[in-house]
Design a protein. Structure first.
Length: 97
């Protein structure tokens, strides 16, 4: 579980990132979760955008992404989800205590 201080730090780190995945009309599926998990292992922190043609609730989509990938939901702002998962082999982000 991330503390408020850690979430603030991760939000500042994610500010300059562009979304690399998009959740469209098809919603969240296993292939997408696998791809996001692999990207999280390499990057640790990433953004996912929820397209306007997705009819699911954005909060449910964000939770589904976080639970499906085993990542922490850092923030849901508008239709952009920020996810963080500590990498086992490519650790680059050092969280404040």
């Amino acid at each position: 579980m991330l503390t408020g201080k850690q979430k603030r730090y991760l939000r500042s780190e994610a500010h300059h990132l562009d979304p690399i995945f998009q959740v469209g009309k098809g919603g969240v599926n296993d292939h997408m979760l696998k791809s996001i998990s692999e990207a999280l292992e390499v990057r640790e922190l990433l953004k996912v955008s929820i397209l306007t043609n997705n009819t699911d609730d954005k909060h449910e989509v964000a939770e589904e992404l976080a639970q499906g990938t085993g990542a922490e939901l850092v923030q849901l702002i508008g239709k952009t989800v920020i996810l963080y998962k500590e990498s086992a082999e490519n650790k680059r982000i050092v969280l404040p205590r």
